[in-house]
Design a protein around this ligand. Structure first.
Ligand code: AMP
Ligand code: MN
Ligand code: MN
Ligand code: MN
Length: 274
């Protein structure tokens, strides 16, 4: 059994269609997959259909954007009822929020002298949930930067003009949507927020008090020592442990199914739906 419970398709900022992603996951030996596109469920039906061609279980999944203490925090939802009215309303709200935020990002970048950014970014997103990676590609295409890393460093990363997070809901609200829909709420990639140990614990405490019950113990690119710490924090807070590659596409992202193994002491998140 190999579970990958965090990855992205063309429906948000990934590079593969849900079907191609499922085929690739099967090649990598993945037997349980959650497609966790940013703020949308629109790829799951296609993934589920394609998974019938393989020996693979598709678990409902989503990666919600939120804020806690002014920091952008991603919360993965797993194993919820996709048809639940709370979940349906949440996704509608987030999709609208992404669109409004994109317009704000475009206006701010236009003011920085990037003419034509809105049209370009919308063209690149091509109907997907529009996000900063689409703006990054637009900045490359418009000749403003040479690569994605530069786009985030100069225009889109923390503190830059395109880093608009004020529109996202509070983390506690996002947690309640997932829990009310019957799912596990999971703090995504805890190594990516650049928090001190103390601050991370404060985040997890607030998350737990809001009803959050899971933590990504291992993700693509996470150091083994960090993963061991996350396993201990699962024990301390009584969280279920999750794992996933956060695959967005071949290179430079981590491959599907690839991450350091989860410590045996952790209760895996799939206990929730198995
Ligand atoms: P958004 O959800 O629109 O805020 O965009 C965040 C997404 O941008 C993440 O999920 C990553 O896929 C991508 N991302 C964030 N930071 C970087 C970076 N430094 N280089 C490339 N991609 C990034
Ligand atoms: Mn992404
Ligand atoms: Mn994320
Ligand atoms: Mn992700």
């Amino acid at each position: 059994m190999l579970a990958d419970l965090h990855c992205h398709s063309l429906k948000s900022d990934g590079q593969l269609s849900p079907s191609d992603l499922v085929d690739r996951a099967a090649e990598q030996g993945v037997t349980m997959l959650a497609l966790t596109d940013h703020d949308t469920l629109s790829g799951i039906d296609e993934a589920r259909l394609q998974a019938q061609k393989h020996d693979m279980e598709i678990v409902s999944g989503i990666e919600f954007s939120s804020v806690w203490n002014g920091i952008g925090i991603h919360i993965v939802g797993l194993g919820f009822d996709e048809q639940h009215p709370v979940m349906q309303a949440a996704v509608e709200r987030q999709e609208a929020c992404r669109y409004e935020r994109a317009k704000t990002i475009a206006i701010k970048l236009e003011k920085q002298g990037v003419a034509g950014i809105w049209d370009k970014a919308v063209e690149i997103a091509n109907g997907a949930q529009i996000g900063r990676p689409h703006f990054a590609q637009a900045l490359i295409d418009l000749g403003k930067v040479n690569n994605m890393a530069q786009a985030f460093k100069k225009y889109l990363g923390a503190g830059k003009a395109g880093d608009v997070k004020t529109m996202w809901p509070q983390m506690s609200e996002v947690v309640s949507w997932i829990r009310e829909s019957g799912g596990v709420a999971v703090v995504a990639h805890p190594d990516k927020y650049k928090l001190t140990g103390t601050k991370l614990k404060l985040l997890l405490k607030a998350f737990s008090e809001a009803g959050g019950n899971g933590l990504e113990v291992t993700t693509g690119g996470m150091e083994s020592s960090f993963s061991k710490r996350m396993a201990q924090l699962c024990d301390e807070f009584g969280f279920l442990g999750s794992q996933g590659s956060d695959f967005h596409g071949p290179r430079p992202w981590s491959e599907l199914g690839k991450f350091v193994p989860m410590a045996k002491s952790v209760t895996p998140v799939w206990r929730h739906w198995q």
